[in-house]
Design a protein around this ligand. Structure first.
Ligand SMILES: Nc1ncnc2c1ncn2[C@@H]1O[C@H](COP(=O)(O)OP(=O)(O)OP(=O)(O)O)[C@@H](O)[C@H]1O
Length: 235
């Protein structure tokens, strides 16, 4: 199996007044190509800090984050922007869709930042919306769609740039439990079909069951890593 993300001896400390918070307290792990990994923990356990380190949004205090053979912690801002554009798709809790653009236009947006011609953009966005089963809602504005449909647009938008890795931060945090399950199973399916690597952060241990592997994090440390694939095979 090919390693896509390698985290080595990772620390992030924050100083708050006289106190030092160990947000990440010595993490070591690898994520392999094609895996769906969930990082699970309660509020304040360090999930968002970890995702920020992986995406290069913050610098670690110590340690290494190697993604697709690049040392993320050593890149400057300009290199990081280029790296993210080339390798990473994001799915956000609050969808982050443009209210004045319809579904296809929203999905096509990341391609316009890369200078892809309009007809190619629209064709790709169209295909992605079919993939997330929103074929009938292509011309709908975000406000004309349900929360679950809006997040499916978010999933399509993350995939449209052919990213090696997708990061999702509480992607179903604003959805009811039934819709959350639908979005999770869609993400699971497209990640498998398209052989993407997906790293999702959630506080919900039940939703984490959709992942291939579950990293349990507490006080900035990994307590254990569960492999759901082994269990599924045994069942
Ligand atoms: N910028 C910061 N300055 C100081 N402390 C911080 C900062 N960011 C995070 N922390 C602290 O680091 C720890 C981990 O925070 P983090 O946001 O990663 O947790 P989380 O698991 O994502 O929580 P939640 O589920 O509530 O978002 C917490 O104790 C938090 O208070």
């Amino acid at each position: 199996m090919k390693t896509v993300i390698k985290v080595k001896d990772l620390y992030k400390l924050y100083r708050v007044g006289d106190e030092v918070v160990h947000a990440l307290d010595g993490l070591d792990f690898q994520i392999y190509e094609g895996e769906f990994c969930a990082i699970v923990g309660t509020s304040g356990s360090g999930k968002s800090t970890l995702l920020n380190m992986l995406a290069g949004l913050e610098k670690p205090t110590k340690g290494e984050v190697v993604i697709a053979d690049r040392h993320i912690e050593k890149l400057n801002e300009e290199q990081l922007v280029a790296f993210r554009q080339e390798n990473i798709g994001f799915i956000f809790q609050s969808f982050h869709l443009m209210g004045t653009m319809n579904a296809v236009e929203n999905v096509a947006l990341p391609l316009s930042f890369r200078g892809v011609p309009r007809n190619v953009r629209m064709k790709k966005a169209d295909a992605m919306l079919d993939l997330v089963k929103l074929g009938k809602h292509k011309k709908h504005l975000p406000k004309q769609m349900s929360g679950g449909q809006q997040q499916r647009v978010g999933v399509a938008r993350a995939l449209v740039v052919d990213p090696k890795i997708i990061f999702a931060d509480e992607p179903t945090g604003n959805l009811d439990s039934h819709t959350s399950e639908e979005v999770m199973s869609l993400m699971q399916q497209v990640v498998r079909e398209q052989k993407r690597t997906l790293v999702m952060v959630t506080h919900d241990a039940h939703l984490a069951e959709y992942a291939d592997r579950v990293f349990h994090i507490r006080d900035g440390k990994i307590l254990k890593i569960d492999d759901n694939r082994i269990r599924t095979e045994e069942e």
